[in-house]
Write a protein of this length. Structure first.
Lengths: 377, 377
């Protein structure tokens, strides 16, 4: 990424901090994005799917994986790096497993199709695992795991990415992407358990924010080019040597490193896609493979193990106990995984998604360029 | 745990640091343990199984889960808290899932039986998930996942425990046990990938070691009784308020917290066993349930996804690349998960397991008490 792109991001984030946001209804943004994707040759159905994945990230307050990233998708559709009308096909299949070949379509679409297949198989047999190769960036990992909720299933969603930025313990060379893990579990009256975490200490977007605000970053997030811990967000941003969850060896960084590799295995290695720094060592002939992703989806029907209502009652009991447990000094609330995102989604569903005026201006410019109606009221 | 037990541990660990160890062949220890368990009414087959799980931990250098813990098992067998001849039964079953009721037998035995069932189901159908309730401490989590290796399967093993010692992010009350995750994956010429990690920053044994050595512990491992970070190993040991992997919120502790809860869900909640602090809030009538465990096992056949030899070649390529990547300043080697344990096992298989003379003396006393021959040569 060149200095201009870097400047653009930190400018945008600085702007965010200074101006009042504009609320836009999710439906409005979704319809605009869908029409946008259609103009790139994406089918009606796929365009709506992709739009929904991006908008849902914004609804949940996960802006780092939302409409903010629209340009990543449109630029790649434009350049041919992403295939607008892929032949997504099942390359290997058994009653409870499948390998899906994404044909370099948008990961946002391939991810949804693959998880739909996984859920259908789990519905019939109880458990299913679907792995995906030759896919692209699939956005917010939890979107796919969340799809299992209405079916009273536990959902798992993992992805890797051939853009490396995380170093192994005792190393200084970026060897893994941030390889996120999402596990979503239904509850009864409580919000579901919705874990969605990078296996690095922080997501890159947090470093961008520190950069924009002029803050130092805590030691333990990233290394400089010599492999020493740094508190300089610019160095962290430029060098991309993030530490795995846990940070240093002393604080358990080897565990985050292990988890990151486990995700690489279950996605890239299992699906026959890219993994680790392989693209850097041996660039594939097919350029689209150079910036590719593999995914892993699993769905597990709760009623194979115990009655769903009993399971949900225990979930409620456990989640409530966690929230009601004693607080550390200065803390007023204990959260369960995804609780903030869940509440944010409910609020934004009603009141609209807050966007920065500068960002809205960019969207309107894009709309004008393509002649797509985009009224923000 | 009373002050006496605490003292015993730190004394023992202090001793370890001061004396030359005695090497004993794994077979010798295994035969002794098996005979020991037999004397408590455990069947021949189960006694050998339990002995093997404990000895393998020592072979792999995971002493915290090895023969060191023998007294935990023998004391519980003596007091009736552990059932020497349980009716381990399948309570729920489908072709690819099962819920096993451990009938409060040793977790070491129930774990192996449950994973055997899981492997048999996966062999037939490709993927299987088996959950276990009413079990007891099952020792080293990776033992069970390692069972998948000869079958060219990926193995997953999780457990919880009703003894809580880990606090949620922003909390100070222990609400979870150390809830470990083990994921084991076969490779070709490289040692397998063998992840086995507590979802807390550190295992309690590390605090015991710091205590014995008179060291401070790093801030970020544990809280004191007021919920403030402490570097005092005595306070950490007494209060048992360990932080989840990641430590503070700033360094990603909410992710370790999320993983710990995910393990509690997939073990205790899914199996219909205990979870979180439920035993503390509502002590079950059956006393054996008060110190119980639930487990989760999964097995996944690699050849459902791609040819095993291709998968293993990619595993080798990835693991080698990690090990050969650039080292951080002052580091000479990068490890992959389980590599140290794998090498330790090979060395100790040949040369015997090093035990402290004081510990050997304890074993010999126990042998004498039961009239079991135990020659260490």
């Amino acid at each position: 990424m060149g200095p201009a792109a870097r400047l653009k991001i930190s400018l945008r984030e600085a702007q965010y901090l200074m101006a009042e946001s504009i609320r836009i209804k999710a439906d409005t943004v979704r319809a605009f994005l869908a029409e946008m994707f259609r103009r790139f040759g994406v089918s009606e159905r796929d365009a709506w799917t992709a739009a929904d994945v991006l908008v849902r990230a914004d609804l949940r307050g996960v802006e780092s994986h939302g409409v903010n990233n629209l340009w990543q998708y449109t630029d790649f559709l434009r350049s041919g790096e992403v295939n607008p009308h892929p032949s997504i096909r099942v390359a290997e299949e058994s009653p409870i497993t499948a390998v899906v070949d994404g044909d370099f379509g948008m990961g946002l679409v391939t991810g949804v199709r693959a998880m739909e297949l996984c859920i259908a198989k789990a519905k019939e047999h109880g458990v299913a695992v679907v792995s995906v190769r030759r896919s692209k960036h699939f956005g917010m990992a939890s979107y796919y795991a969340l799809m299992c909720l209405p079916h009273d299933m536990i959902g798992v969603s993992l992805t890797n990415n051939s853009t490396v930025g995380v170093v192994p313990t005792f190393g200084k060379q970026p060897m893994m992407s941030t390889n996120p893990i999402s596990i979503v579990v239904p509850a009864g009256k409580e919000p579901p358990f919705e874990l969605d975490m990078a296996t690095s200490v922080v997501a890159m977007s947090k470093v961008g924010l520190a950069l924009a605000k002029g803050d130092r970053i805590p030691f333990g997030w990233a290394l400089d080019e010599d492999g020493r811990p740094t508190d300089d967000p610019q160095k962290a941003w430029d060098d991309r040597r993030f530490l795995p969850l846990g940070g240093t060896r002393e604080l358990g960084g080897h565990k985050g490193y292990g988890l990151a590799v486990a995700v690489d295995i279950l996605t890239g290695v299992l699906a026959g896609g890219m993994y680790g720094d392989r693209v850097q060592r041996r660039p594939p002939e097919d350029k689209r493979m150079r910036r590719s992703s593999s995914h892993f989806f699993a769905a597990l029907r709760i009623d194979c193990f115990r009655p769903v209502d009993e399971f949900k009652a225990d979930m409620d009991d456990m989640l409530r106990a966690l929230k009601e447990s004693e607080k550390a000094p200065g803390q007023e609330r204990i959260y369960t995984a995804g609780e903030i995102e869940h509440e944010t989604e409910q609020e934004r569903q009603t009141n609209g998604i807050p966007y920065h005026p500068y960002f809205v201006e960019q969207l309107q410019k894009l709309a004008g360029e393509f002649g797509i109606p985009f009224s923000i009221r």
